[in-house]
Design a protein around this ligand. Sequence first.
Ligand code: NAP
Length: 347
Amino acid sequence: MVRVGIIGATGYTGMELARILLRHPAVRINYMTSRTWAGKRLGEALPHLGADQDLLLDKFDAGEATEKAEFFFVCLPHGQSMDAVGSLFERGAKVVDLSADFRLSDPSAYESWYGEHRRKGLLRKAVYGLPELNRERIRNSRLVANPGCYPTSVILGLAPLLEKGVIKRKGIIADSKSGVSGAGREPRQNLHFPEVDGNFSAYNIAGKHRHTGEMEQELSRLTGEEIHITFSPHLLPLSRGIFSTIYCLHEGKLDESTLGGLYTGRYAGEPFVRISAPGAPLPSLKDVRGTNLCIVAPRLDGRTGTLVVISCLDNLVKGAAGQAVQNMNLMTGHPETAGLTDLPLLP
Ligand SMILES: NC(=O)c1ccc[n+]([C@@H]2O[C@H](COP(=O)([O-])OP(=O)(O)OC[C@H]3O[C@@H](n4cnc5c(N)ncnc54)[C@H](OP(=O)(O)O)[C@@H]3O)[C@@H](O)[C@H]2O)c1
């Protein structure tokens, strides 16, 4: 049994981790933190997980945490996470950080997107936790930076094209939409029901969204060249889901069946990436809701030579907690799919 702790357990990603881990065959949750709910039982703070859940929520204390558990998920806001991660890592624990604090390996890139980093020395130790790209490095790591939800969809959508060098490196566009839980549980006016319901809006477009840095870092690593992308995020009036539509121009000759083969070949054997090949139905968000799946649908607009790739996932599962458990499974030598076999909720 892996003895697990969840730091920031009452936020959206923390509670999704608890939902998954309470049914994981090789895990026991031994430690959970919250400032607001400290001293209360899990069943009081998160009754949807079962009113009889008796584990007491604590204020975070690294010494107590590492007495009770050896593997941690840190689910705090960026900027807050780095100190908790640092103190757990220094005490010998294995850690998956769900925030952005360890995703950018260059300290100056972190500072330009997020601000000061107080644990710069750990940045180079962290592995970017996208198993489909970095599986072996994740297995051997003690600190994994779980990717953002938008970047997971965009990187998985583009990786086969960039690895094979079949697209132009300039002019890549990712037009992405997110459900409201992507912004966390803290109430804010623009996330309030009357503002979101029946509405649709763009935000942080034209190089302003922080996830751009993370996507460019990983896509540049894949190609060995500097890649820049135009990323346009939007807010959908839904609680869960990321739906990215990616546009790029292909190099040379490419037909749809070669395109489909490129994706099915690249992701063959991947338990959590499903390909909708040309001719198959296009995916929708309800095909991934509640699952650790990312469904990728590559298509070719033969009239304009534009490739259109749809990539969709559940932001709280493959975009956060599910991917974090996938990483834990790799880091602890358990089957990669353990605890992650839920089917989608449709309708
Ligand atoms: N939501 C998503 O879809 C998603 C996807 C991928 C990654 N992420 C990342 O995962 C992390 C957690 O996201 P979330 O959506 O779960 O956020 P959230 O719903 O706002 O939850 C944050 C958690 O951290 C605690 N917290 C808040 N401020 C804190 C502070 N200053 N110091 C210590 N604890 C604090 C909160 O509980 P208390 O206030 O009770 O302590 C809560 O448990 C973030 O870094 C986010 O960017 C989120």
